[in-house]
Design a protein around this ligand. Structure first.
Ligand SMILES: *Cc1c(COP(=O)(O)O)cnc(C)c1O
Length: 853
């Protein structure tokens, strides 16, 4: 190719409209309907065609159109309103002032993907959307958070379906010229660049900044001329399938991300790692804290661990990144030298305690090692994760594994339809979206006129149908379908028919084809004369997942079959844009995962916010969300060994619900009036979504439970030459080195062994602590009901008191137990470290009577 000199030409936007360019470069517009409308009205056709990307959009508006608009009073008025709102957003004080996070207390939020809008395809699915929603909610709440991710040259793939019903993929190129990003610069105006030594040479990266309301998102990019092709490729595609590239991506995100902050003179109080892809951040952060506070590794570790949050999203062991250790080692080896630890010890942080000689390196284990706050993303997932990772905390009971949960939420304003938003503005308040935590405000959803709500919902359903027709037309035209087929698809779906949507990744466990288990029964429902139903399916299969693609093919073939094709659609290229149409226009949102494989799931929350009713397996969030006045549960939460049998049972249960409850309720109308019982459920679902499943609630939870305590820890541990952290490091060092000497005698009862309710008895115990002192440990009696197999059921730990010291290192502990219930009980005793949760949860530091449990 000839050598070209590239130059860029930006549109000359007339001065009265200059705010448009500013607005286009802050993602705030994408959750504000008035702002979206402002762009759209400039040229509605072009706006859709260009994929609602305002930067690209403004660069293709003619100068004449701009000149006209700059004299258009109505347009200027509209622009003025948006501008005022935008400025107000920046001037609003933090809503979490009460919790004491000042603007300087930066929280660094790391994620491999961010799903903010369809025009920024840096995400593959739920994890990315969640991260995007986290940023948006943090902006509204005024949290001092900075996002860190990667800028991929190729977006996540576009899906299209060929004439055989098989998924094909293309990878769109992200042209930074068309994205609302700018090179990140330091205080003196120099572009930020960082470098990381890697096995194939230095990895150089530049950084792009994206604004999401008040939040900044830094995106690292290795596509630089000074890099070799291999290194440039690190940021070419999300989730590269080659593990060499994948590890380099994770190194770049974690280590590079912290380096970027350092280069900007930002030293975060809190580091939040969204899934194990970011775990290397823990390593580099310790290194930086060592330098900045002039402390050794052990001390820096105490500081960093107590100010680090790690969120896991995957309830399946195979879903977590694992690398062979030889691949990781070259990148992290320099840290062993700096930290003065052995190579083996460094590697052991990413390895299970039980299998020291493994050649595997787990990004989950590595991340958990650095984090004092670990959580799953729904109540059920928290429980599953505790069971999955129990072996990382040897000799601990599963319910005491230090993994809690914060249930995911969705950014309501990004997914609520424009029509429903207008209703909310009218019935709730014009600023309802920044006051979502006010229960009185949300309860006013009950006051919305039934007819009004039904009317706007029907508009949303019609929009979905129009979108389906348009998409099918494109698909059929591409396949050179004959005229009569094109005419037919131009009229698919019916705006009065109960519309059931299913949209998600086509992983097998999600069981998209559950309804096809009984195609006859399904066909009967679809073709019913009086009370028909119609279906819209969407979703991508992973490019290497032929099983997933086969499920798509089955559904596409069913959707093309002669007797149902007017009422079943498979929508290509599921992305945020399609998702919006579907969650806004559906009557029912269907979710059929094989429990407990769905960590949380969030699309159903988006549907609920729009009044869509969920029919779902009791998995993920629906275990918390389900109530029979706002949706339906398939099955009762059983877990089966036989998948075939399970599918059979659950598909029949689903049909029963549809036939006996859902369909009759939807069509239960008096003289053409709206279905009042249905609308009642819609309102309950909407209130539920905003109250309990919004990202507003989620980020508030992260703040109060993690960010604020973590930030306080950071400040306390780093003040006074890190004195507190030094004490902790010493305490931990003593505990770890002396713990092995601890012995417990069997606890002794002071009374006979049969009691009546109300009795009390006393337990005493001799404990040998060796060189450790009673101030350094907690001795506990662990007691509760026992089941048939002599296992505890809901046992509790109670602290014993030191009764006397009988010799050097030998102590008698005692406690009194009150029998408050009848039944069969058991007790035992143990010693754990005294101190905060990080100290007392140190893996391995727990000793039971007889040395086991
Ligand atoms: C919300 C959303 C998801 C995640 O929802 P799930 O219920 O986990 O599938 C995935 N993709 C898109 C485009 C979404 O909007």
């Amino acid at each position: 190719m000839e050598k070209m000199q590239i130059y860029k030409v930006y549109p000359a936007i007339p001065e009265p409209l200059s705010f448009l360019d500013y607005l286009a470069r802050n993602l705030w517009w994408c959750w504000n309907h008035e702002a979206i409308e402002l762009f759209r009205r400039i040229n509605p056709v072009q706006w859709e065609k260009i994929g609602k990307n305002p930067v690209a959009f403004l660069s293709c508006i003619t100068q004449r159109r701009f000149d006209d608009l700059s004299k258009d009073e109505s347009f200027l008025g509209h622009l003025g309103r948006v501008k005022t709102k935008f400025e107000k957003m920046f001037s609003r004080v933090s809503q979490i002032k009460e919790f004491d996070l000042t603007p300087k207390d930066t929280i660094a939020y790391f994620s491999m993907e961010f799903g903010l809008h369809e025009s920024l395809p840096f995400f593959a699915g739920g994890l990315g959307i969640l991260a995007g929603d986290h940023l948006k909610a943090s902006s509204t709440l005024g949290i001092p958070l900075i996002g860190i991710g990667l800028l991929f040259r190729e977006g996540y793939f576009r899906q299209f379906i060929d004439h055989n019903g098989w998924q094909q993929e293309t990878y769109p190129i992200n042209d930074v010229f068309d994205l609302p990003v700018q090179k990140l610069k330091d205080h003196s105006g120099f572009e930020i660049k960082i470098d990381i030594p890697g096995p194939d040479g230095i990895i150089n990266a530049c950084v792009w900044q994206l604004k999401v309301g008040k939040i900044r998102l830094f995106l690292l990019d290795t596509n630089l001329p000074e890099n070799s092709k291999n290194i440039r490729d690190i940021t070419s595609r999300l989730y590269a399938s080659h593990s060499e590239i994948r590890i380099a991506q994770e190194i770049l995100l974690g280590i590079g991300g912290i380096k970027v902050l350092r280069a900007m003179d930002i030293f975060p109080n809190v580091c939040h790692m969204n899934e194990g892809h970011c775990s290397f951040a823990g390593l580099e952060r310790i290194s930086i804290v060592m330098d900045k506070y002039n402390v050794d590794f052990q001390v820096a570790f105490q500081i960093c661990k107590r100010s680090c949050v790690f969120t896991t999203h995957t309830p399946v062991a195979a879903g977590h990144d694992v690398f062979v250790k030889e691949m990781v080692f070259p990148y992290i080896q320099p840290y062993a030298r700096k930290f003065s630890v052995s190579d083996d010890e460094l590697l052991s942080w990413g390895q299970p305690h039980t299998r020291k000689n493994t050649d595997k390196f787990s990004m989950f284990i590595f991340g958990a090692h650095f984090a004092g706050y670990i959580n799953g993303v729904s109540r059920l997932h928290g429980r599953v994760a505790r069971g999955m990772w129990q072996s990382l905390w040897p000799r601990r009971h599963v319910e005491e594994i230090p993994i809690s949960h914060i249930t995911n939420g969705v950014h309501i304003s990004s997914y609520l339809s424009q029509h429903k938003n207008s209703l909310f503005e009218r019935y709730l308040s014009s600023d309802w979206s920044s006051r979502q935590s006010n229960p009185n405000l949300i309860s006013r959803i009950d006051m919305i006129e039934d007819a009004d709500l039904w009317h706007v919902h029907e508009l949303d359903r019609s929009s979905l149908i129009r979108r389906c027709r348009q998409s099918l037309l494109t698909q059929y035209e591409r396949q050179n379908a004959p005229r009569h087929e094109l005419d037919e698809v131009a009229g698919v779906l019916d705006h009065r028919v109960l519309t059931i949507c299913f949209a998600r990744r086509f992983a097998t466990y999600k069981r998209a084809s559950l309804l096809l288990k009984d195609a006859q029964r399904l066909t009967r429902l679809i073709t019913d004369e009086d009370k028909p139903v119609q279906f819209v399916f969407a979703g991508k299969a992973h490019p290497n997942d032929d099983q997933g693609k086969a499920i798509i093919k089955r559904i596409v073939e069913f959707a093309r079959s002669h007797n149902v094709r007017h009422r079943v659609v498979f929508l290509e290229n599921y992305d945020i844009n399609i998702a919006r149409y579907m969650v806004q226009g559906c009557d029912v949102w269907l979710n059929t995962p094989r429990r407990p494989n769905e960590a949380c799931g969030t699309s159903g929350m988006k549907a609920s916010a729009n009044g869509g009713l969920n029919i779902s397996i009791l998995d993920g969030w629906w275990c918390e969300g389900f109530r029979d006045d706002r949706g339906w549960a398939i099955g009762n939460g059983d877990i089966y060994d036989d998948h075939e049998y399970q599918d059979e049972v659950e598909s029949q249960a689903l049909f029963n619900i549809l036939e006996n409850d859902v369909i009759p309720k939807f069509y239960d109308r008096k003289r053409g009036n709206p279905p009042l019982k249905w609308i009642k459920m819609m309102k309950e679902a909407m209130k539920m979504a905003i109250k309990d499943f919004s990202s507003d609630r989620m980020v508030r939870d992260y703040c109060s439970r993690f960010y604020i305590p973590a930030s306080i820890n950071f400040k306390q541990l780093t003040q006074d030459s890190a004195e507190k952290a030094k004490e902790l490091a010493l305490a931990q060092f003593r505990l770890v080195s002396l713990w092995g000497d601890i012995r417990l005698s069997s606890p002794e009862l002071t009374k006979e062994v049969d009691f009546t309710v109300g009795d009390t008895f006393r337990i005493t115990l001799e404990v040998f602590l060796g060189e450790l002192t009673p101030e350094e440990v907690v001795v506990q009696v662990y007691h509760g009901k026992v089941r048939a197999l002599d296992e505890f059921e809901g046992a509790r730990a109670e602290t014993m008191w030191l009764q006397e010291t009988i010799a050097e290192g030998r102590h008698i502990y005692a406690c009194t137990i009150t029998c408050s219930d009848s039944g069969r009980f058991g007790y035992t005793s143990r010693v754990i470290p005294k101190g905060d949760e990080v100290l007392s949860n140190t893996p391995g530091l727990i000793t039971w009577v007889n040395g086991d449990d």
